[in-house]
Design a protein around this ligand. Structure first.
Ligand code: FAD
Length: 392
């Protein structure tokens, strides 16, 4: 097990106090919210179990336009205009109407944090354990208390960007087998390649797919299963072996494949915690950024006094819900592909997608689910106020 960077021992001083906005989780979703709040002048605190950029859990592939529009191109590693898709019967080349890029996780997180323009003491490592919700009968009205392993932090505006576990929710079944989850695992051996490749092949996974994403001096090779009960370690090692690569640098996670409520009892949920990862493709980075921006914009309106917290919660929930049919449609496609994997029909589908007219139509519609035009340029840093009223 790698030793992750976090505060240890005597560094883990008590952490207590109040802030205006508490962002729990400092990966794609949490950092996108923080970035959108740049220059708002509020007391913002971001907390995560680990230091920023410390724990990569994905192959870090994203439509290139999202990187450039967010001014994150310094994290870019490699760009692809085509996707090579293998089935047991054939291999096809899908020409994409827009390019896809791999990026470096640590670099991207550092850039997002830089764009947020927050002072160093606006980030703390702490493990979030739960929340006591601010009730109107429990003054001061609406102030939530988030419990961490270093103490309690109070804030009226709390964001759960903690990933699939949805730590700050109380009412959802989020553990398999009751929750709608896929699972993914990959290895990151040193190596290089020029093709972005997918395998839809029951030899590796009965319902799901394998992938190989080159990222300059590193390969990201993995297997995702739409069925949580199917293990992915052995097929991941086998796929890497078939590509002549050692199984170095494991990383994996559960992947929600159904939209969840984006708000609950006065808390905002963003990214995997709100089920914002797209079914079928398990693409959850661009959507975490997209919904993070949307959430950040609502929070800015609350700070500006043009919306109440309740109005912002309602607007953000409605925005997330308005995507429900697209997620449902992708889930139907995921199930269909899962059923067809063992039949030659999957090969016919893959072949059909190799026709530029069809692949352009499909990929353009797919991109529109969370379009790059939604991405906002960096707002520029402004003097940050100290995050907590009192840090013990
Ligand atoms: C193997 C694999 C490959 C993938 N590849 C891609 C890809 O190429 N492209 C793509 O778009 N998507 C990919 N995904 C999906 C993508 O990784 C997720 O959808 C995305 O990471 C969601 O971002 P997030 O910020 O919501 O959550 P996360 O990235 O999971 O971040 C959650 C953050 O919360 C912190 N945290 C969790 N619990 C606590 C706690 N109790 N206290 C404090 N901190 C806590 C974590 O340390 C972490 O920083 C992949 C997923 C897997 C598993």
């Amino acid at each position: 097990m790698p030793l992750r960077a976090t505060k240890r021992g005597a560094q883990r001083t008590p952490l207590q106090g109040d802030c205006e906005i508490l962002i729990c989780g400092a990966s794609f979703a949490g950092l996108a919210v923080a970035r959108e709040l740049a220059g708002c002048g509020a007391k913002v605190l971001v907390i995560d179990r680990y230091e920023i950029g410390e724990r990569q859990t994905s192959a870090c592939g994203i439509p290139t336009d999202w990187l450039t529009r967010l001014s994150l191109q310094d994290s870019l590693r490699q760009t692809f205009d085509e996707l090579v898709v293998h089935t047991p019967w054939a291999s096809e080349r899908w020409r994409l109407p827009w390019s896809f890029s791999t990026f470096d996780y640590r670099d991207m997180c550092a850039l997002l944090w830089q764009h947020a323009g927050l002072a160093d003491d606006c980030f703390e490592t702490a493990k979030v354990d739960g929340i006591t919700r601010g009730l109107s009968t429990h003054p001061p009205e609406g102030l939530h208390t988030v419990h961490t392993d270093r103490g309690d932090i109070r804030a009226p505006l709390v964001i759960d960007a903690l990933g699939w576990r949805r730590v700050l929710a109380r009412s959802m079944e989020i553990q398999p087998p009751n929750a709608r989850l896929s699972r993914g695992l990959e290895v990151h051996p040193a190596g290089s390649g020029s093709e972005m490749e997918l395998w839809i092949d029951a030899k590796y996974v009965r319902a799901g797919y394998g992938w190989s994403f080159p990222a300059r001096e590193e390969m990201r090779v993995g297997v995702g299963s739409f069925w949580p009960s199917h293990h992915v370690k052995e097929p991941t090692v086998r796929l890497a072996g078939d590509l002549g690569l050692p199984p170095d640098g494991y990383q994996g996670n559960w992947i929600p494949h159904q939209l969840r409520p984006a708000t609950e009892d006065g808390v905002f949920f963003v990214g995997d915690s709100a089920g914002h990862c797209l079914p079928l493709t398990a693409e959850g980075i661009r959507t975490a950024l997209y919904f993070g921006i949307a959430c950040g914009q609502e929070l800015r309106s609350v700070l500006a006094g043009t919306l109440t917290r309740e109005q912002a919660l309602a607007r953000y929930a409605a925005f997330s819900d308005s995507h429900e049919w697209k997620f449902r449609w992708l889930l139907h496609s995921q199930r269909a592909v899962g059923r067809l994997t063992t039949t030659p029909l999957v090969s016919a589908l893959v072949k059909g997608m190799a026709r530029p007219r069809i692949s352009h139509w499909a990929f353009d519609h797919y991109l529109k689910i969370a379009p790059p035009s939604f991405a906002t340029p960096p707002r520029g840093a402004s003097p940050a106020r100290q995050a907590l009223a009192s840090v013990g």
